[in-house]
Write a protein that binds this ligand. Sequence first.
Ligand code: FES
Length: 273
Amino acid sequence: MYPIIEVEALNDEVTRMVIEAPAIAKKIRPGQFIMLRIDEEGERIPLTMNDCDAQAGTVTIIFQAVGATTAKLAKMKAGDSLLDFAGPLGNPTELEGAKRACVIGGGLGTAIAFPQAKWLHEHGVEVDVITGFRTEDLIILEDEINENSSRQIIMTDDGSNGNKGLVTQALQQRIDEGADYDLVLAVGPVIMMKFVAATTKPYGIKTLVSMNPLMIDGTGMCGGCRVKVGDEYLHACVDGPDFDGHLVDYDDAMRRGVQYRSFENAAREANEG
Ligand code: FES
């Protein structure tokens, strides 16, 4: 069993949870994920690491209650335990060699992008972080990103934080201002990653996107997480989750995303009914 050490609601929709998992905390790297299962009846869900503390033996996850399992998870308290917490899975994000990076997080993707920004900052890379949220109340990790970046730009759809617009507008503005990025990493809704990649492509900036499709086994066996990259289908769980942003077929991924949401909604309804 894996004890829950700390639970914190970051806003009405998003929860941060610290789990005791010493073996994973020693090994996990930015970009990797874990599969958890709450109890015997529960489904396995993948969640990407937000932070870890090898000394304390803890792994932090941040999730939104969008489906049956995450809704149940959000109701758990410190002192409760999870049945399974397996990992690390997937490949760490390739961050070595970057000198000027821009990390972009859309909504909850900010939680997944945070460890990469922190790693880059700790390794002396100049890193800008651009995040986007629907509205000011949903902004997360503002203080943590301030401490772990050279510059933070927060955009909101409704302008409630005084900075209305899309992350791609902020990215374009930074490029126009002369930010000489050699790496852009985007984590968030597929449509956002599509337009980030379209923004960087004319400049030939290396762009990684973190794909988060439906995952069932997390080991390359079920085929549920296939992503079309160039001419081939790759598995997000074993080949990713990061892929070359200029090669991903986003329209194909969005079609699969709709299937994922229907599945999650069905699971939630079954749970509530
Ligand atoms: Fe089954 Fe990737 S989750 S193949």
